[in-house]
Design a protein. Structure first.
Length: 81
């Protein structure tokens, strides 16, 4: 069987006719999406370790999800921020 002759399939394209994927147009199409949450304000949160009494944590958690945000809001109000 001669494998050097082109295919008779009308959809066949010569591999040498493939586009140059290193051009800016193709790089933009394959650019990776940015991961993670976008910044929402001018004051980004800072991860920290803070030791609190168990009853304080229990009371904050009693109101359900978002207790850390509520704790942050309580501290801001307490500090007059």
């Amino acid at each position: 069987m001669n494998t050097n002759k082109p295919s008779t399939d009308p959809n066949w394209t010569d591999p040498d006719d493939a586009p140059d994927l290193s051009t800016a147009e193709w790089q933009a199409k394959f650019a990776k999406a940015k991961r993670g949450r976008p910044p929402v304000n001018d004051r980004p949160k800072v991860a920290t370790n803070l030791r609190l009494d168990a009853d304080v944590i229990e009371r904050l958690r009693r109101d359900g999800p978002g207790w850390q945000t509520r704790a942050n809001d309580l501290l801001r109000r307490s500090l007059g921020l």
